[in-house]
Design a protein around this ligand. Structure first.
Ligand code: AMP
Length: 378
């Protein structure tokens, strides 16, 4: 039996960045109250929420008070300490739950789960010491990528190993700690499936999204990706299997590499709404953020059909010469601006994004990239 949390209920969000902000913005028209929890005041999510708890995740009293004030809790990033989620789960449902985080917070567990499900991943080895790294390089081969087992994102905690001589430098670069060594994949493209699983086990997705990263940070996403129906079905099936197996309630992103022989290898799982799904706000009747709200509240999942769209991230670098030229970029009807309310623009920091629709994905991509170019001040 599923219990629906009706509008008027309070949704708690662990984490208070832009993803929490966009979940909150989707929850409000549906009539929900939103309470966000995070360590800094005045955060992107708190600016649009009904209530804010400013506390650390190891402050058990604060976590318990927060949980007591919420009918359900969700999260906007996967590195919420599992202890905090356990404290909250003892009081109110947390969706997705600690069982999902325990896997997705650890790259070795994540890849091992894929192996158990017979979902292809790059060849990899778990590394606990420099000696293990040297040995593993013989099996995995070069080039390879060494990544910290925990707390890595946007390429942080990663080092490329071109030849076995780079091993010591790479081991130092990631802080000489538990890691995963992965074969470097010469992919033709990076794709993601953003999918949702409801409380009743229903499953929805927005098809294949194609992503381009620059310096390990997502730069642009387009949907629907130009892949064969067979590739699309295969990618969706992989995502379905993973969400099903983990019993996810909410949105999850499965990031994958597409290889020249058509093989799909899973790179990473994010048990939350995802940057590559931002374009669903304009491109689909149900955005990933509304779907997250529907899923965690036990409502039916919404229509996730999608129109050609493209998204371009706006990083802090654009602010190098002051405020970007917003008025120039917003001239085209098809371009929408989303800013996250961050006061300090640092290089590489995600400050906002632009989305454009088009008759084709190529047209949408041209529009969004040209709008972003117009933002740059000489
Ligand atoms: P991650 O934090 O694991 O998502 O990695 C960030 C980005 O680094 C990915 O989106 C890829 O562009 C690149 N990358 C990560 N792992 C590999 C790999 N095994 N082979 C090739 N590129 C990789």
């Amino acid at each position: 039996m599923t219990t629906t949390l009706l509008p008027g209920s309070t949704i708690g969000i662990f984490g208070n960045g832009q993803l929490g902000r966009m979940i909150a913005l989707a929850a409000k028209p549906l009539g929900y109250r939103v309470h966000v929890f995070g360590p800094e005041a005045g955060s992107p999510a708190a600016q649009v929420a009904d209530a804010e708890s400013v506390a650390r995740y190891d402050d058990r009293g604060a976590v318990e008070r927060f949980a007591s004030s919420c009918d359900v809790i969700t999260l906007e990033f996967e590195n919420i300490p599992v202890s905090a989620v356990h404290w909250a789960e003892a009081i109110t449902p947390v969706r997705p739950g600690s069982n999902v985080l325990e896997v997705t917070q650890h790259r070795v567990r994540e890849k091992s789960l894929c192996v158990d499900l017979e979902v292809p991943v790059p060849s990899f080895a778990a590394i606990e010491s420099f000696e293990e790294l040297r040995q593993a390089l013989r099996g995995v081969g070069v080039p390879a990528v060494l990544k910290t087992a925990t707390l890595g994102y946007d390429g942080k905690g990663q080092a490329r190993i071109a030849t076995a001589h780079d091993a010591a430098k790479a081991w130092d670069a990631i802080g000489a700690r538990a890691a995963i060594l992965e074969a470097f994949v010469p992919f033709v493209s990076e794709i993601s499936i953003v999918a949702a699983r409801g409380l009743d086990g229903s499953f929805r997705h927005w098809g294949v999204i194609e992503n381009v990263h620059t310096s390990h940070i997502l730069d642009t996403s387009v949907a629907p990706a130009s892949v064969s129906d067979q590739t699309a079905d295969h990618a969706v099936e992989i995502a379905r299997q993973i969400l099903e197996h983990l019993g996810v309630v909410g949105v999850m992103c499965v990031e994958m590499f597409l290889c020249s022989d058509g093989a799909i290898l899973v790179n990473e799982l994010a048990p939350r709404v995802h940057n590559s799904g931002h374009l669903t706000i304009e491109a689909s009747p149900t955005s990933q953020f509304e779907q997250q709200v529907r899923a965690v509240c036990g409502l039916p999942l919404g229509d996730s059909s999608i129109r050609p769209a493209a998204m371009a991230n706006l990083l802090g670098d654009l602010w190098a010469n002051g405020q970007p030229a917003w008025e120039k970029a917003l001239g085209g009807d098809a371009v929408k601006l989303h800013l996250y309310g961050k006061s300090e623009a640092r290089a590489g920091r995600k400050m906002g994004h632009l989305t454009a629709l088009g008759a084709t994905t190529d047209e949408a991509l041209r529009r969004v990239v040209s709008a972003r170019n117009m933002l740059r001040k000489a």
